[in-house]
Write a protein that binds this ligand. Structure first.
Ligand SMILES: C[S@@+](CC[C@H](N)C(=O)[O-])C[C@H]1O[C@@H](n2cnc3c(N)ncnc32)[C@H](O)[C@@H]1O
Length: 297
């Protein structure tokens, strides 16, 4: 059994961090596909499976995965939907590299790109979606309009995102712990769009038809506190903030979490998270307007 102090240094690096709070990186960066896999990819696939059950799309169609990250959800599209084609775009070169190396994504065409300006011609896909991405898009309405543009009439545009306003983010306890230490946790820049109401408004505002929303609850089990803590530090959301804290503050955060996380008789931590999902259908002629067509690169 490692001591609390040893665990802290082991997970934060072998030396106490010297970085001052003002030097911490205050943006959420996705630049490590393998670390993302443990921190969020597992969650993504749990929620993604429930999302696809709800979406219940036809098999054998084409898909655009916007903000595909390290390919966790793209792989699920391949495994479950017998697609004719799958494209994935993401701004992060490192995430794309991890996505391309997945055994289950050989048929997927990945490229760097931005949800705000998709490099595809109008009506290129049967379906477009964002898995855990909408709250990172600088102007979410533009991201939705772009998905509508590249989807054929009658096709679907959909998304799911952690319900941040409703406390559904997988590591929400940690945010509470950081706040108790006087720290402002890093949040996705457009966190407010992940409520069901906001998602519905975005989709309806983009002219999509038959707009529906739902909530998805998922559960993940961590072997013990050490497993949870090490996993937490692999993500891009918490580690930058912890890096600017004193050892005493970090230990206080660990104590806060130990006292509140649901632990079963085996010492496992069973953590629940909730996402909101939205879907709509592209209207005929909606994405045919002249002047918006872009050539596929
Ligand atoms: C939480 S990850 C989700 C990754 C993947 N969809 C999944 O389900 O695991 C969010 C992703 O959004 C990407 N992202 C951030 N801003 C974006 C933008 N403007 N356009 C497209 N993707 C963006 C990030 O690079 C990151 O890979």
């Amino acid at each position: 059994m490692r001591s609390r102090q040893a665990l802290m240094w082991q997970t934060m690096g072998d030396k106490p961090h010297k970085q001052e709070p003002h030097m911490t990186d205050q943006t959420i960066r996705f630049d490590d596909g393998a670390a993302y896999e443990r921190f969020m990819g597992v969650w993504s696939q749990l929620a993604g499976a429930a999302f696809l059950d709800w979406l219940a799309p036809p098999l054998g169609e084409s898909w655009l995965d916007v903000g595909c990250g390290n390919g966790a959800f793209s792989e699920m599209i391949v495994q479950r939907l017998a697609p004719t084609a799958v494209d994935g775009i993401d701004p992060s070169e490192a995430q794309i590299a991890f996505a391309q190396a997945r055994a289950g994504t050989r048929m997927v065409s990945f490229r760097q790109g931005d949800a705000m300006a998709l490099s595809y011609a109008n009506a290129s896909f049967d379906h477009a979606l964002m898995a855990l991405v909408i709250f990172f898009v600088p102007v979410p309405a533009t991201g939705v309009a772009e998905m509508v543009r590249v989807t054929r009439p009658g096709g679907s545009v959909s998304a799911y995102a952690w319900d941040i306003p409703g406390g559904g983010f997988p590591y929400a306890h940690l945010w509470d712990a950081l706040r108790e230490q006087g720290k402002t946790p890093l949040l996705p820049p457009q966190a407010a769009v992940s409520s069901r109401e906001a998602l519905h408004g975005l989709w309806a505002g983009a002219g999509l038809l038959d707009v529906e929303t739902t909530s998805i609850t998922v559960q993940r089990t961590f072997t013990d506190f050490d497993d949870l803590w090490a996993t937490t530090l692999m993500g891009p959301i918490v580690a930058p903030t912890l890096a600017g804290m004193s050892p005493t503050q970090v230990l206080a955060i660990q104590d806060y979490l130990r006292a509140r996380l649901p632990t079963n008789a085996q010492g496992q931590i069973v953590y629940t998270a909730r996402a909101n999902a939205v879907k709509g259908v592209v209207a005929w002629l909606q994405n045919q307007s002249a002047g918006t067509r872009k050539s596929a690169e």
